[in-house]
Design a protein around this ligand. Structure first.
Ligand code: NAD
Length: 474
């Protein structure tokens, strides 16, 4: 096949080849499958901003892959390498991702060509606000139709600027806070959004380890505790995933790969300390109690139980796939394994939990945030005290019946009304568990599905086809 000889498939070609596998399993009509795969629209904007008395022109894109459900949803990345194809590929991943985790949105993505480290905070604010204005004026950003979120190089700060820009242009829109997600909590954000993608990765891994047959098929021993894990990228997603695995699951993070090198400690790194070191020194080099090497390519090839690429796309390719020495790859980043590498890894019996499922925690909690913004009320505000009161009454009844004072853990559990963070985490956990089970059902029931990625896309495409058939094409 031609694709096998092509040295550098584009990102969208990689995604589409993977989707084709699922379409083959489902034997879907070519017309419908083409309409599912095709990107609906992409806008390119170029705009000038004055930086230090000089005019600089910036270029960005926003792509809508699908709008069968509105709004279309997907992050905005600020990166020195970003292009139309990448943005379209990421937008298509958002469509499949939302379908897999039952988030009722279409798929979109945006990117601005910029190296944020080269600009001051004030410059970044002017550039972000100007980019947002372009997208708003051209119909690519609003609470009803297209809602961005953070991605590489963007965070709460940028989301707050974008919200304010939208509010200034549309002061009459009562739902203006829903124009982006991932905002600071004080500006309409939701508790638990910053950590959501990394936490979702961990909830998914925990669910995997609840399925003894899947764990055994991957060649792993039963418990997550003690597993030797390598993480690539200690940014938003990688940091929270690694931190939880380290602190709550007693796994060993034996290596962290960053832009500038690899830190290794076979006894396990303290993720919080590494992150503090990185924030302080702008590098992981010099972190005490670990071996540092500049050879980041070799980092991915360290022998381990679980490899979590959480940095960027195309990190495991046909060039290094033969050298990967892990049993389980957890795709926390978008597109870290190319199509050709995926083939090689499957042949080598390495299990892959795919990006479209694994990193869907971000859009799941973004969905909660959007609902909160549209509802104009924080989750748990109405019922928390009421639940606490009922819990306290129940405790009293138990104590009256037993004649004994209840244990303090029981008092803590029963007399606690769920607050917003509890509810967000509960909804996220539920979503990651249910979605895993949907993938597994397909995996088990269909003889032509041999991997979790195809299973995930089969789940997504079945739901999309249903939506397309119900709506009709006209
Ligand atoms: P980020 O910018 O916060 O972090 C990325 C980290 O990776 C940085 O620390 C960076 O230094 C490091 N990095 C970059 N290139 C590297 C390389 N070649 N080797 C090792 N480290 C490298 O970005 P993020 O938000 O954590 O996103 C990471 C990935 O997760 C991206 O693929 C993104 O699309 C995906 N993702 C993010 C979210 C989210 O909510 N932030 C949601 C879904 C998917």
């Amino acid at each position: 096949m031609e694709k096998k000889n092509n040295p550098s498939l584009s990102f969208s070609a990689n995604v589409n080849f993977m989707i084709d596998r699922a379409l083959t399993v489902l034997k879907i009509d070519t017309g419908i499958s083409n309409s599912i795969k095709t990107c609906n629209s992409t806008i390119k904007v170029s705009f000038p901003v004055e930086i230090n008395g000089r005019i600089e022109v910036f270029t960005g894109w926003r792509s809508v892959h699908s709008d069968h459900r509105l709004p279309s949803k997907g992050g905005i990345r600020f990166a020195p390498i970003v292009n139309e194809d990448e943005v379209e590929a990421l937008a298509s991943l958002m469509t499949y991702k939302c379908a897999i985790v039952d988030v009722p949105f279409g798929g979109s993505k945006g990117g601005l060509l910029i190296d944020p480290s080269k600009y001051t905070r004030d410059d970044m604010q002017r550039i972000t606000r100007r980019f947002a204005r372009e997208l708003i004026r051209k119909g690519y950003l609003s609470p009803a139709t297209n809602v961005p979120a953070p991605d590489m190089g963007t965070g709460e700060r940028e989301m707050a600027w974008i919200t304010d820009t939208y509010k200034q242009l549309h002061p009459e829109d009562i739902n203006y806070l829903g124009c982006v997600t991932g905002k600071p909590v004080a500006h309409g954000g939701i508790r638990g959004r910053v950590e959501a993608t990394g936490r979702g990765v961990v909830y998914a891994i925990r669910e995997f380890f609840r399925h003894a047959d899947d764990v055994k098929a991957a060649g792993l021993t039963p418990k997550l505790g003690g597993k030797r894990i390598v993480v690539q990228g200690l940014g938003n997603v990688g940091y929270y995933a690694a931190k939880l695995l380290d602190e709550e699951d007693q796994s060993k993070i034996i290596a962290i790969i960053e832009r500038d090198g690899v830190l290794v400690n076979e006894d396990g790194l303290c993720v919080e300390d590494v992150r503090m070191h990185m924030n302080q020194h702008k590098t992981i080099e010099g972190f005490p109690g670990a071996v540092f090497s500049e050879n980041i390519a070799a980092g991915l090839e360290i022998e381990c139980d679980i490899l979590i690429p959480a940095a960027m796309e195309a990190q495991i390719t046909k060039e290094n796939a033969h050298n990967i020495k892990t049993k389980l790859i957890v795709e926390a980043a978008n597109g870290p394994v190319t199509f050709e590498a995926d083939d090689i890894l499957q042949q080598r019996g390495i299990t892959i939990l795919p990006d479209a499922y694994i990193n869907a925690g971000g859009v799941t909690v973004s969905y909660f945030e959007w609902v909160r913004n549209i509802a104009h009320i924080r989750f748990g505000r109405m019922e928390r005290r009421h639940d606490e009161m009922r819990g306290a009454q129940m405790l009293k009844v138990i104590e009256n019946m037993t004649g004994e004072k209840s244990a303090s853990w029981m008092q803590k559990e029963l007399a606690h009304g769920a607050d917003e963070l509890d509810l967000v985490r509960s909804g996220l956990d539920d979503t990651m568990r249910n979605s895993y089970q949907q993938l597994k059902e397909i995996y088990q029931s269909n003889d032509n599905v041999h991997d979790f990625r195809t299973a995930a896309y089969v789940v997504a495409i079945q739901k999309l086809v249903r939506a397309y058939i119900d709506i009709g094409v006209y």
